[in-house]
Design a binder for this molecule. Sequence first.
Ligand code: ADP
Ligand code: MG
Length: 697
Amino acid sequence: MANKHIPELFGSMVFNEEVMRAHLPKEVYKSLMTTIETGTEIDPSIADVVASAMKDWAVEKGATHYTHWFQPLTGVTAEKHDAFINSVGQCKVVMEFSGKELIRGESDASSFPSGGLRATFEARGYTAWDPASYAFVKDGTLYIPTAYCSYTGEALDTKTPLLRSMDVLNRQALRILRLFGDTTTRRVSVTVGAEQEYFLVNKDYYDRRKDLIYCGRTLFGASAPKGQEMDDHYFGPLKPKIAAFMQELDEELWKLGIEAKTKHNEAAPSQHELAPIFATSNLAVDQNLLTMEYIKKVAERHGLAALLSEKPYAGVNGSGKHNNWSLATDAGKNLLRPGKTPSENVQFLLFLASILCAVDRYQDLMRLSVASASNDHRLGAGEAPPSVVSVFVGEELSAIFDSIINGKAYKDKSKDKMNLHIPSIPVFNKDTTDRNRTSPFAFTGNKFEFRMVGSSQNIAMPNVILNTAIAEVLKEFADQLEGSSNFDADVRTVIRETLTAHQRIVFDGNGYSEEWRHEAERRGLSSYPTCVDVYPTLLSQKNIRLFTSMGVMSETELNAREAILLENYSKAINIEAQTMIVIANRQIIPAVEKYIRDLAETVRAKREAFGEQIDCYVEQDLLNKIIKLQTKSYKALEALKTAETKAVGSGLKLAAYYKDRVLPAMAQLREPIDELETLMPSEYWPLPTYGEMMFNQ
Ligand code: ADP
Ligand code: MG
């Protein structure tokens, strides 16, 4: 690594702006850049030239194939590879790639979730090139990021609504900027930086745990004697094996133009984090998906398996993905930067007010955008943000808000100095506010950090919700303020009224505390503990109106999404229940049987050798305990099987059944089995333990 030249390595596999400039005729490059920068439609006449240049560049990088890369509603990405070859005469081929192939792809959509949007006879689906996300070469294939829709034009992916939401937010934010006299900004884009948490486990252990293989999280497992209580893993030194993995991961990501920047050990043993430098949101989504893929891939090369699930182990921290979110102009100005005197920065305060209003109005959608079967185990578990949405703004902004709401003058705080009283360490300015770790949605100086997002999820949906909801509020502001004859006074009124109406969403205290639960209830904030509680809200009138009026999703698309969310939830829990049944039936019960037999055999052998009077207290006591737990486990196993056979129907009814009947039956089975684990000798226990998995990486 030391002798590799990082700047040259960086982005070497990406068809980025620099490569485009070098490989495209000037006019074509200019036209394509206009499309990318302003989000306008691509001029079809340049498509052939771009495609051909892309292919030549990709072939130089060793590519033989291309694929339209898309994000169906499965939660993972999809790809189908086509070779560039075209036959010319007998036994002769040339490498070709046309504009048509670049811009549009057609694929059989029948095996992707469509939530009833597509009848099986209408199997066609289309992929459409998203010029604003860079193409790249990976594993000998040119990857072209695309949006994906049905034959009838409905979005069947996460990217289409994301692009639409970025566009509406751009348009409404521009209207606001114009009100403040900004005539030069051409585009406002959403910037996103997703901090990715994950666990690593020795691959040998992983291969011996069917729950990890099928479900990505452990379904059994007694706590290790040591967890994270000593706080000695967080930011701790990296083990050599982990450091080597991280180094190779960085390098792979850099080649793909992903600015992997920060890496460290996280709170739980064997938990780690990677943070990139933020990018425009569609690019950030693509890059996060690639990051997850490479975390898994590179881990394998190092004899490790990566666990991206939100809650791989009970009893220690789960993994999230802090979605840092802000707005930037095409000149690179961050619209959420408060400046030296935030109290006088009216434009900043107006944007901030729009965000508070949007989050308060659409708490349900915020919660929904992060809801999955696995994230349900993490949110509100006392170490992740609670499942009630609130906003942290910090001491300084809180005081400013108070002064605005109460019509009192605000005196800007001068920055405190930090003096460590060590002559060689210079005095530095303190941040005006400390961090708050428990808030689901925190203002962190010049951006918001949405912390409820799950580690394994595609970050598109949370950003769609934020973009769309905020765009709606900005639209209302612009409608009110455009044509105002007294803008300065009117804009202040809008800010005051908005902050007053939505101050209930602001909470700067401890989000984990019992008092907050009561306080949140008193304030009328909504609480959706599980997916089943929140998914149906997607189709409330208020939410349908939001998406349709902003042109981000149609009612048909929303219906399909709700159906898919519910279906995915039921499927996920069904797979977990089936996996538990298999592990209990085929691994645990037989192991317990063997131990019982060996204990009984010991008793028999002892009596044979030493006579009937020999003390067999230990064996008998163990046998008693173990047989009791075995019986309890077996009955719970039978109950879970019965619960599974009764899981019929579909939609909300089925999902509710899984939550109310199957999940508790799973917990009933886990309990005696985890207790058995603590009583059985390790050589009999068929599964690697929590201690082994978390501490022997
Ligand atoms: P912290 O340690 O407080 O979480 P960092 O400064 O390390 O904050 O940033 C965390 C993430 O936020 C990084 O991915 C970073 O690139 C991203 N980020 C920083 N500024 C912005 C911004 N303006 N918009 C979106 N993301 C940002
Ligand atoms: Mg953070």
